[in-house]
Ligand binder design. Structure first.
Ligand SMILES: C[S@@+](CC[C@H](N)C(=O)[O-])C[C@H]1O[C@@H](n2cnc3c(N)ncnc32)[C@H](O)[C@@H]1O
Length: 250
């Protein structure tokens, strides 16, 4: 089964502890710091909408893009329930285009770690550069290389009355790839629905990402230890990047 198909209807339950409004508060602090006042936001790998819905609530014109039709379906339902308007598209972030320039492009919460080949990261950056307004910002996070494999290899079981998930993780320290085979059992009435899917992520070092940004036509304005304006360090778990089109590309 493909990634984020069987997982889609329990994803929000699994991330219930994450303060997504707080993430977007931090993004708005970054926007202030760089005097950027976008009206439109495009969120890449938006999943069930957790990282784009807060923007729509704050009055931004919002777009979301994700490869998983099941995740987008959840996002559309939540958006409708809140009476918001967000244009969602099922699309691979390695090959997308927008019909109008956007003032802010985001990609949060492991979205880019799912892109496991350097050349594909380069493709994402080129697509972003093509759709970003001249003075717009590209803000994204990446799990640190050291953090991505910090979970112990082997099975972990989460067992709750209506849900059991078995995670079997493998971290290849040589190529930085981390993969998890998930087997889930989700209660549906008297029965349990079983799903199996494999997820694969890769950690990237800041120097590599800065090089790829530059090659795609960006200047890197900052790389921060998540939710601060401090430089990243050895123990940083998540790095936040802020990039703007270089003058030649505007
Ligand atoms: C951990 S979820 C993050 C979702 C959302 N940003 C959040 O914070 O809740 C990662 C998302 O990346 C999406 N994804 C992975 N590879 C993708 C690709 N090549 N193109 C578009 N979306 C992708 C998955 O479908 C999934 O929804």
């Amino acid at each position: 089964m493909g990634q984020y198909r069987g997982l889609a209807d329990i994803y929000d339950y699994l991330v219930a502890g994450v303060d997504f409004e707080g993430w977007i508060d931090y993004v708005e602090d970054i926007l202030k710091r760089f005097s950027c006042k976008p009206c439109t936001v495009l969120d890449l790998a938006c999943g069930t909408g957790n990282t784009i819905i807060p923007f729509a609530r704050r009055g931004y014109k919002a777009y979301g893009l994700d490869l998983s039709a099941e995740m987008i379906e959840q996002a559309r339902t939540k958006t409708r329930q809140e009476g918001l308007h967000i244009e969602f598209t099922v699309k691979d972030i390695r090959e997308f285009a927008m019909s109008e320039p956007v003032g802010l492009v985001t990609c949060f919460h492991d979205g880019l770690n799912y892109i496991i080949r350097e050349e594909d990261i380069a493709k994402v950056f080129c697509c972003v550069c093509s759709c970003l307004a001249p003075d717009g910002l590209f803000i994204f996070d990446l799990n640190a290389v050291s953090w991505i494999g910090a979970t112990a290899d082997g099975p972990v079981v989460i067992e709750e009355p209506d849900l059991t998930i078995i995670y079997e993780t493998v971290h290849n320290r040589e190529d930085g790839l981390w993969s998890v085979a998930l087997t889930g059992f989700v209660r549906e009435g008297e029965l349990f629905r079983r799903f199996k899917e494999t997820h694969c992520e890769r950690g990237y070092a800041p120097e590599l990402i800065k090089g790829l940004l530059s090659a795609a036509g960006f200047e890197t304005l900052g790389v921060y230890d998540a939710f601060t304006f401090n430089d990243v360090h050895q123990r940083s778990r998540r790095h936040f990047y802020v990039a703007r089109k270089s003058y030649e590309c505007r």
